[in-house]
Design a protein around this ligand. Structure first.
Ligand code: DX5
Ligand code: ZN
Length: 226
């Protein structure tokens, strides 16, 4: 069962002003986003290094948004409690970094967070088959993770459709979130394929007329698809 109400917009702080993340968080909230997406990178699982628990903890009291934390790190299970205590609302781990995925998802939920599973572009959706009962969000990477501003991988469209078919069998709502190269051109395609949450870095924080306008343009681009 996918989440059928309004498509969620999740601005990614990766493309925000690192000199004023509090202001960037406020702009996302004022612009009507539902989620704030934290791209946590460790320089091992992906070639980039970004930020961790201290940024989540600092922004938590300043924002009412759903803190959607995407762990692009090795051994993510080691950090579940720390991100829960920092104020994460959802924690997404990569299949490729989680040999004990079933247990990791249960532990995420046991810490009061929504449990997410992320798939890199080359990873099959088959990895979801035996953990669907423990998943609240599937994150389909539509670029190779590590950096913002990359080009969307069109081959991920059939993957979104396959994941939608797979989660229709689940008897609880599961978000299909897409991450990477999502803008007013690609958004209509991913939404019609079944995406219900859009991570947007460059197309929101890089929008020349400001964050609120970036979010508005993004939402308008797929409104006919809904
Ligand atoms: C992985 C990151 C990026 C980011 C989105 O590299 O997760 O995909 O959030 O970046 P944009 O929206 O700029 O492609
Ligand atoms: Zn992300």
């Amino acid at each position: 069962m996918t989440c059928s109400d309004r498509v969620v917009v999740a601005p990614s702080l990766l493309s925000a002003d690192f000199g004023n993340l509090a202001q960037s968080a406020r702009e996302a909230e004022a612009g009507g986003a539902e989620y704030l997406h934290f791209d946590v990178m460790d320089g091992s699982f992906v070639p980039n290094i970004t930020f961790g628990m201290p940024v989540v903890r600092t922004l938590r009291p300043l924002s009412k948004l759903f803190f959607d934390v995407h762990l692009m790190i090795v051994q993510p299970a080691k950090y579940i409690q720390a991100f829960a205590e920092a104020g994460a609302d959802g924690l997404t781990v990569h299949v490729e970094a989680s040999p004990h995925l079933d247990r990791t998802l249960s532990v995420i939920r046991a810490h009061g967070m929504k449990a997410g599973v992320a798939l890199n572009p080359g990873t099959s959706s088959e990895f979801l088959e035996y953990v669907l009962d423990k998943v609240d969000l599937v994150l389909i990477m539509t670029v190779n993770p590590g950096f913002g501003g990359q080009s969307f991988l069109p081959l991920m469209i059939p993957k979104i459709e396959r994941v939608r078919a797979l989660i229709e069998k689940a008897n609880h709502p599961i978000h299909i979130e897409v991450d990477g190269g999502i803008d007013s051109t690609t958004a209509p395609h991913v939404v019609s394929a079944g995406a219900t949450a859009l991570v947007a870095g460059t197309s929101v924080y890089g929008y020349p007329n400001g964050v609120a306008e970036g979010i508005r343009i993004l939402r308008e681009s797929y409104s006919a698809e809904r």
